[in-house]
Design a protein around this ligand. Structure first.
Ligand code: F6P
Length: 468
């Protein structure tokens, strides 16, 4: 976190006073007796060090803080008259089915909600022209879905008209909507909540943020991330075995992570096989005695092999100024349906440059290249992520039933909290090149703090029309 002494507005919007007795109220008295329970009137502090809290210069009660997750004694929606909707949006992530199952079971068994509707294929599911059917979700038909990766509801990228979405919710009498998606989808969820509010409709929109890139700010870890990097670590292990078994072998693994190198960093830490980790947050240069290529050549000479892990967003500045005649994909930058920058492919480019360099250095080398790509995110969640997904789902249901809206659930330093969507999408979580995670990577790999002189990133083009 680097917001210094200014803090975001962490207040959570509600649809109105909660006046209905919660079916869970009876359990609260017992829970309150444990030190792990955060009373609903209590707050979870944003700052976790004395220095940071002191630097705010405010009283204890004024310190920035999150609203805790958890069941409320009084709720806003009458469960017997509540209809819930669930949608999964964006790219896949391990645990989507676990979240769906957790939501359905909590709504049904904990609150007694009788109708839960699944929308198919992301936000398209609300839009008449796509003609996707809807599906009624019950504890029975979601009972067995968590053994599979992906999402039983299907997913898609892309913005859809929030007005049409709200009109669809209105037609179906849906009062609470759960959106499981990434930052683009969460912006969409925020717009749905805004349109509903403009129309004075009491619809709660609660997000369960999803991304294997682990780039959501404030929260400890996004669900599915641990599964994804564990699967990625298997690919590193495989290239290591290959590289070690070949004279002058080089293993190269490209891992997902568009702007954040958490998958590459954690997968590399998992088993100590990587000699170099390259992430989007730390630019690097290939050439010169202190460049990556010379470093690899020295390593291969000394140890007989080397393993490089590269996050897909790393080294984009190298690809921005292509040398003519190379095979690598360097199409001009564009965006996908979610508005994410499409990246040039660093993997084949590095493979080509490493092979050329080692060849020129007289090291005949075999390069083993693995791009596990979607394989790391299409797998079922591991046991840790399954438990995490379930807990997030329960907390999302408690929040929605209490009438909170335009918010997501997340865990901040082991406490489950509510975050306004606006805060969850306000910036991107990235590996801090001066932080302890990156230091751990440097220690584990033994790689230098920087490689060579990275090319200066191209200046953004001036807009054709002046924007005021
Ligand atoms: O956002 C998560 C992510 O897995 C990124 O790491 C990756 O760049 C992207 O999704 C690829 O997804 P898709 O091919 O679905 O656009």
């Amino acid at each position: 976190m680097s917001e210094g002494s200014t803090a975001p507005d962490l207040s959570i919007a509600t649809l109105g006073a909660a006046r209905i007795d919660s079916p869970l109220a009876g359990m609260l008295d017992a829970w309150r007796t444990t030190e792990h329970y955060v009373n609903e009137d209590d707050r979870v502090l944003l700052d976790d060090t004395l220095a940071r809290a002191t630097a705010r210069g405010s009283s204890l009660a004024e310190l920035p803080s999150f609203e805790p997750c958890g069941p409320r004694r009084k709720i806003f929606f009458d469960p017997s008259k509540t209809r819930a909707g669930i949608v999964t949006c964006g790219g896949l992530c391990p645990g989507l089915n676990d979240v769906i199952r957790g939501l359905v079971r909590s709504l049904t068994y904990q609150y007694g909600v009788r109708r839960v509707t699944g929308f198919r294929n992301g936000y398209q599911g609300f839009i008449a022209s796509y003609a996707h059917d809807i599906v009624e979700l019950t504890p029975d038909n979601v009972g067995d879905i968590t053994g599979e990766g992906g999402t039983v509801l299907g997913t898609s990228r892309g913005h859809q008209d929030p007005v049409e979405i709200v009109e669809c919710l209105e037609r179906l009498n849906i009062n609470v909507l759960f959106v499981i998606g990434g930052d683009g989808s969460m912006r969409g969820a925020m717009q749905i909540a805004e349109v509903a509010a403009e129309r004075a409709m009491r619809i709660s929109v609660v997000g369960i943020p999803k991304t294997i890139d682990n780039d959501i700010p404030y929260i400890d870890q996004s669900f599915g991330f641990q599964t994804a990097f564990s699967r990625a670590a298997e690919s590193i292990r495989a290239v290591n075995t290959e590289a070690k078994s070949t004279p002058n072998g080089v293993g190269l693994v490209k891992l997902m992570g568009r702007h954040s190198g958490f998958i590459a960093a954690y997968a590399a830490l998992a088993n100590h096989d990587a000699d170099v980790v390259l992430i989007p947050e730390v630019p690097f240069g290939l050439d010169g005695d202190d460049g990556l290529l010379a470093y690899l050549a020295r390593r291969v000479k000394q140890y007989g092999h080397a393993v490089v892990v590269v996050g897909e967003g790393a080294g984009q500045e190298l690809l921005a100024d292509p040398k003519p005649g190379r095979r690598s994909d360097r199409s001009p930058a564009a965006t996908d349906a979610s508005g994410n920058a499409k990246l040039n492919d660093i993997g084949p480019y590095l493979r080509e440059r490493i092979a050329e360099h080692l060849g020129a250095a007289g090291l005949s080398s075999s390069i083993r290249y693995i791009d596990p790509s979607y394989a790391i995110r299409s797998v079922p969640a591991n046991a840790y992520d399954k438990a995490y997904c379930l807990r997030l789902a329960h907390h999302a249901v408690h929040a929605a039933m209490s009438g909170r809206t335009s918010m997501v659930v997340g865990r901040v330093r082991r406490r489950f909290v509510h975050l306004p969507i606006s805060v969850a999408v306000s910036r991107r979580n990235q590996v801090d090149p001066h932080g302890d995670l990156w230091m751990a990577v440097l220690e584990a790999t033994g790689q230098p703090m920087r490689f060579g002189t990275p090319p200066t990133p191209p200046r953004p083009r001036k807009p054709k029309v002046a924007v005021s």
